[in-house]
Write a protein that binds this ligand. Structure first.
Ligand code: NAD
Ligand code: TYD
Length: 360
């Protein structure tokens, strides 16, 4: 494979995947296709934007004709599809945007790949990046020993039971990807990952939002009682898993990716407060008063937890960082990159990059 199309590469996880592939595979041509929505920020890729094997393409995955032209013009051999609307709270306010991009956009890419590749799929791959949220929610106290079909952790064969418009749209896209494999023989692979954290995450998600609010002394809106549990994975470890699955995963297969690292939201918030205050040289406990319990998110999934043993066993992947270590790196990054954060909170990034590509 030579010409790789990465969609959503200007977003959080996509930018880490683009960086990894551009640096690790100089013999690949990496095409970053992104519509530059509010979540797309080319500043995330400033360090590699002039690399000879990197090209940015501004396009909307829902624009089927444009996607077909790109497949033909650049002879795309492989797709790593991350472009999506990704924030649950936004999906509750505007579910149509999620159906459009996540379902119809994915369908448009699948159809373009199928038409472009025809029967000649020997060295082709369509890799769809999905989420553990498609599986619904787990109980806090799982039965011991584990139930026979695994309600304790999400496994690859756990039945889909999405609750939010976001997870419903991702579940739907997963079904379309599998349908294209089963119906047309498209060489697909899917992974479902747990919550990511790390540098370049848009500050509407829990960890970067709360780091920013602790720094600036703003309230920390904890939904409900803060009892919900998430399984956190450092974003670079997700990118490493994507690299491995893209190159070595079995066609038609699904792989779950997780950090084996469950945190109750309120415990994570307290750890974040301790870490930020310590790194800013503030006395311990100075930001505790910022914790503000607010109304719960509608349909709030109680617990996510991934069983990633298939990926570990079959492809030898392991997370490389302990959570405390990854969180320390992450907090330091946000403290050292205040300009990046200010560009987003002020809206300057949209004015700069989005205007630059407005008429291309
Ligand atoms: P993000 O919101 O940070 O980035 C999404 C990117 O997609 C942005 O650059 C945006 O401009 C682009 N995009 C949106 N709509 C588009 C369209 N119509 N056409 C082209 N580009 C478009 O998202 P993220 O957190 O990096 O997530 C990336 C992928 O990983 C998503 O598919 C998401 O479902 C999945 N995922 C995310 C997490 C997580 O914790 N963030 C966990 C598991 C899976
Ligand atoms: P989030 O980062 O939005 O990821 P996801 O909804 O995909 O898991 O939220 C992580 C957890 O933090 C989730 O249980 C909701 C909670 N949360 C808050 O309590 N307050 C907030 O302001 C946000 C954004 C999230």
């Amino acid at each position: 494979m030579k010409n790789i199309l990465i969609t959503g590469g200007a977003g959080f996880i996509g930018s880490h995947v683009v960086r990894l592939f551009v640096n690790k595979y100089p013999h690949y041509n990496i095409f970053n296709l992104d519509a530059l929505t509010y979540a797309g920020n080319l500043a995330n890729l400033a360090d590699i934007e002039n690399a000879p094997n990197y090209t940015f393409l501004k396009a909307d995955i829902c624009d089927f004709d444009a996607i077909c032209r790109i497949f033909s013009q650049y002879s795309i051999d492989g797709v790593i599809h991350l472009a999506a609307e990704s924030h649950v709270d936004r999906s509750i306010k505007d579910p149509f945007a999620f159906a459009r991009t996540n379902v119809l956009g994915t369908l448009s890419l699948l159809q373009a790949a199928r038409l472009s590749w025809g029967e000649d799929v020997a060295y082709k791959r369509f890799y769809h990046i999905s989420t553990d949220e498609v599986y619904g929610a787990l109980e806090l106290d799982s039965p011991q020993p584990p139930a026979p079909y695994g309600r304790e952790f999400f496994r690859e064969d756990t039945a889909y039971a999405p609750h939010s418009p976001y997870s419903a749209s991702k579940a739907s896209s997963d079904h379309f990807v599998r349908a294209f494999h089963d119906t047309y023989g498209l060489p697909i692979v899917i992974s479902n990952c747990s919550n990511n954290y790390g540098p370049y995450q848009f500050p509407e998600k829990l960890i970067p939002l709360f780091i920013n609010n602790i720094c600036t002394g703003k309230p920390l809106p904890v939904y409900g009682r803060g009892e919900n549990v998430r399984d956190w994975l450092y974003v670079v470890d997700h990118a490493r898993a994507i690299d491995r699955i893209f190159h070595r995963g079995t066609t038609g297969s699904t792989y779950n990716i997780g950090g084996c690292n469950e945190w109750k939201n309120i415990d994570l918030v307290k750890l974040l407060i301790r870490t930020v205050d310590r790194l800013l040289g503030r006395p311990q406990g100075s930001s505790d008063h910022l914790i503000t319990y607010v109304s719960d998110r509608a349909g709030h999934d109680l617990r996510y937890a991934i069983d990633s043993s298939k990926l570990q066993r079959e492809l030898g992947w392991q997370p490389s960082l302990q959570f405390e270590e990854g969180l320390e790196i992450t907090v330091k990054w946000y403290l050292e990159n205040t300009a990046w954060l200010q560009n987003i909170t002020s809206g300057d990034y949209e004015r700069y990059y989005h205007d630059m590509y407005a008429n291309r």
